[in-house]
Ligand binder design. Structure first.
Ligand code: DGY
Length: 328
């Protein structure tokens, strides 16, 4: 299979995963970080130049896989392996129309993303922004005169989407003396019972939760699922955490709800756009805690994601079933 060419879309690919690919294929790798970003057109040119004749594309970016790129690839392109759980950027319709398979990297990142969800929960509930500002200014409130936060202990935690990440969040919060876990989604999950989480309607989840964790993929159905109407249903002390995709949330509506203290706080690992411009109005809110999309960003997890993507490519190009296929 050494005559088969595999294109890796960025230089940010774990060495262990690169090695797996190189043992089987001729690997081409672009020198740049991302595709199609404004001001980085060289990246795009590079990809368009390298893709013709490649049998697989390993995609390391949340930026869209364009029709232009697929057109340039040619009919020998058999598989796209995105190094991410989310695949909203993968142009599923165009892949399907061309009979190109798609794999993603679910499960291996659930723990790391859940850890960040816990971090966001704490960061938002314990008002890290305001407290870090005190450290930066050297002017600490002392004694009982503190910025007061909220406990996780005794709370109702609502998980939107009890998939791999949602389940991992419940497992991690199990030691926090949460009073009740509830979850919503398409259907009741067998894992829910074992985790002590109760299946409820989305409206019940929104009205009852003290903490709401969004752990669903971005689809037409989930886009802006947190909007003005749904924010209005939440408790005034509600804290929203988003580890899915920025567009799950209508950010203008979230801004208003946080600004007017209609809800208590939010913690976001994902935003629209990314990066969020540093003068974005969301970043003026003391009760919003933002991280720059680091859910899966650990050495171990990124390596596992890369190796899984590499093994999906090997399977696809040697006539075996994909390990983690996306149903197109
Ligand atoms: C994912 O896997 O979808 C993460 O957001 C990293 O891109």
């Amino acid at each position: 299979t050494k005559n088969l060419k595999v294109l890796v879309s960025s230089k940010d690919f774990p060495p262990a995963a690169l090695k797996v690919l190189q043992e089987h294929f001729t690997v081409l790798q672009t020198h740049y970080m991302n595709y199609g970003e404004e001001g980085k057109t060289l990246t795009k040119e590079d990809l368009l130049k390298l893709i013709p004749g490649c049998s697989a594309l390993v995609w390391i970016s949340n930026l869209p896989i364009t029709k232009e790129l697929l057109d340039k690839a040619g009919p020998q392109l058999k598989v796209v392996a995105t190094v991410s759980a989310g695949y909203n950027h993968c142009n599923v319709d165009e892949l399907k129309a061309r009979g190109i398979k798609l794999s993603n990297t679910p499960n291996v990142l659930s723990s790391a993303v859940a850890e960040i969800a816990v971090g966001l929960l704490l960061g938002a509930a314990r008002r890290f922004n305001e407290n870090l500002a005190q450290v930066a200014s050297g002017e600490w409130e002392i004694g009982f005169d503190k910025v007061l936060g909220q406990d996780i202990r005794g709370s109702t935690v609502g998980i939107v989407g009890l998939g791999g990440i949602g389940q991992a969040v419940v497992k991690r919060l199990a030691g926090f003396e949460v009073s009740k876990f509830i979850y919503s989604g398409h259907r009741e999950k067998p894992e829910g019972k074992a985790l002590g989480a109760e299946f409820v309607t989305q409206d019940e989840l929104l009205t009852q939760s003290d903490f709401i964790v969004l752990a669903v993929p971005l689809t037409n159905e989930t886009k802006h699922m947190i909007n003005k109407d749904n924010l209005a249903k939440m408790k005034n002390n509600a804290i929203i955490v988003n580890v899915g995709r920025g567009d799950l949330v209508d950010q203008d509506a979230l801004y208003d709800a946080l600004k007017n203290k209609q809800i208590y706080a939010a913690g976001l690992d994902v935003t629209t756009p990314e990066p969020l411009p540093k003068d974005h109005k969301l970043l003026t809110l003391p009760n919003l805690f933002v991280l720059p999309h680091i859910g899966s960003a650990t050495v171990r997890t990124r390596t596992e994601m890369g190796v899984l993507a590499a093994n999906n490519v090997i399977n696809a190009l040697t006539g075996k079933a994909l390990i983690t296929p996306v149903q197109l």
